[in-house]
Write a protein that binds this ligand. Sequence first.
Ligand code: NAD
Ligand code: FE2
Length: 425
Amino acid sequence: MYKGVNAFANPLRTGITNFFSTSIKRTVNNKLTFATGYTQLRKMSSVTGFYIPPISFFGEGALEETADFIQNKEYKKALIVTDPGIAAIGLSGRVQKMLEERGLDVAVYDQTQPNPNTGNVLDGLKVLKKQDSEIVVSIGGGSAHDNAKAIALLATNGGDIGDYEGLNRSKKAALPLFAINTTAGTASEMTRFTIISNEEKKVKMAIIDNNVTPAVAVNDPSTMFGLPPALTAATGLDALTHCIEAFVSTASNPITDACALKGIDLIQESLVNAYNDGSDKKARTDMCYGEYLAGMAFNNASLGYVHAIAHQLGGFYHLPHGVCNAVLLPHVQEFNMECPKAKKRLGEIALHVGASQAIPEETIKALHAFNRTMNIPRNLKDLGVKTEDFGILAENAMKDACHVTNPVQFTKEQVVAILKQAYEY
Ligand SMILES: NC(=O)c1ccc[n+]([C@@H]2O[C@H](COP(=O)([O-])OP(=O)(O)OC[C@H]3O[C@@H](n4cnc5c(N)ncnc54)[C@H](O)[C@@H]3O)[C@@H](O)[C@H]2O)c1
Ligand SMILES: [Fe+2]
């Protein structure tokens, strides 16, 4: 075991049915249908499952630890899935070398696009089939992991990735996935979500499936020292959004609350430091833990309307996921104050997000101020969103699986009002 690496084993990986077992599927006319238990999904049944990967490695040296782990399992053929940026800075090459030194034959798919699309999945699958890979190793942020998850799922289940949109629709385990994270972040390296864009329909499909949970999640802060400030801010604010949406979610529970609150604290204390000095080891390490805790929270309590709307902006205009979330977060939470429980909870996190008073209105102000500290675009207008698209964006957000656990079920008019407020702010 390398010094500084912590292994986190999950003894509770069970097949217990929880609220996520409800079946959601987008039909041919692009509508989501809730085949069973919509109420169960919103309220949490009497049985609660808790899902995280069986093993996670943290700390400097976690890459070597992962390579040793793969060697000890005696795998011989691995497919690396990454993106052109990660390949250009040599991060995927570093991992490829480690695996080859341990006797593995390595194939590489390095053309994953930000907001990965169905074409990326098919192209990666071709490389996998040619090599007959036994495992998949993803290196990057959410885009590389999501593409790798989809490839690993199709490798064993067949069909198109769109067939698995919704909840737990696959029958077989995916190929083992070793997810090496380089942003902090989406937490995709540890979640059971994969988000794939359907470019034709201009929507992002949410596949929520226990079978896409990585076998091993890896967070080595040394891979993040070179993450530029703007990407550090965007990905870190995505993680903060995960914490807050999970904390006010209708499916939150004491475990997800604990994860969300600790995640908020770590992100609040370390994100600006990581933004100002990318090589700040403590800040990068704390962000790894913060984003992972955020993942533990939303992987089990799900999300809300920030993500439901952000997915549409990503699908429509190819905008970065974290930036969309950061811009929308204060506005959606302001509208969520219509729900007394959510309002109370937004007050509870005020001091955690840097507000001076423990009241919900101050939380909203602090979130706006936090965005400004890191030069996040002020509004949707600055992101190039078009007012004439508000109607279709709202309709599609209301079909996104993430909206189901939002504390308020908004009407289309309310979603348009959120978009308008976030546009004009
Ligand atoms: N599956 C999930 O649980 C989940 C959750 C939230 C978001 N997502 C999805 O994740 C995607 C966004 O992922 P992301 O925000 O991590 O960005 P990303 O993976 O799209 O990466 C953005 C850019 O950052 C670069 N980059 C990444 N790490 C770097 C590093 N260490 N140094 C230098 N450059 C680096 C990449 O090359 C890329 O150009 C979206 O498609 C979103 O929908 C998935
Ligand atoms: Fe996210």
